[in-house]
Design a binder for this molecule. Structure first.
Ligand code: GLN
Length: 182
């Protein structure tokens, strides 16, 4: 598959390595014209406020929405999840509502409170960097992994979201679950 990674700001490069490890090709996405050529999309971590501004500046919100509605797989991580959420608090911020969760930005603390660990279910390694917390999950949203019983990996139809950074560990199971192996 050809996986597009939104490359306006943040950690898109490590995602490219993760999808290539699974045999997919990776394409950095910066303009609308590229979207028809990809089979899956990643919204990476970074700074959601900066990403929101850049998405607006490049007129990408509606093309991205159309992509999400096409039912092709979408993985959103950290700031990407914040963009996709239905509601953002701490402070509140505009979001696209593609995933029925409420998230609280920077809720684990500041940069120095970034941490690593393992998910409750299985031995999935986790890396959190100024991560948001999912504070509520909609009825149609599935919880795929938890940490101390709190949702950290969720899915609503074709849209997946993690509060952690699966691209920064060597475990490729999250990307594999979303995009499969080529
Ligand atoms: N704290 C960032 C935000 O609110 C997200 C951090 C990340 O993506 N690692 O956008």
């Amino acid at each position: 598959m050809r996986i597009g990674i939104l490359a306006l700001q943040g950690g898109y490069n490590a995602h490219a390595m993760a999808v290539r490890d699974l045999g997919h090709s990776a394409l950095e996405i910066r303009e609308e014209l590229q979207l028809p050529h990809i089979d899956g999309l990643i919204l990476p971590g970074g700074e959601s406020t900066a990403q929101l501004k850049l998405i607006a500046r490049f007129g990408l919100e509606s093309p991205l929405r159309e992509f999400v509605q096409s039912k092709k797989p979408v993985l959103s991580t950290c700031a990407g999840l914040i963009l996709c959420a239905k509601e953002v608090v701490g402070p509140s911020q505009r979001s696209f509502g593609w995933l029925d969760v409420c998230v609280h930005r920077n809720a684990w603390g500041r940069q120095l409170d970034s941490f690593e660990g393992y998910a409750d279910n299985e031995d999935l390694p986790l890396c959190f960097i100024r991560a948001p917390r999912i504070t509520s999950v909609g009825l149609k949203t599935k919880v795929l992994a938890t940490l101390n019983n709190e949702a950290i990996f969720v899915q609503e139809e074709n849209v997946f979201g993690t509060t952690f950074h699966p691209e920064l560990t060597s475990d490729r199971r999250v990307h594999q679950m979303v995009f499969g192996t080529a």
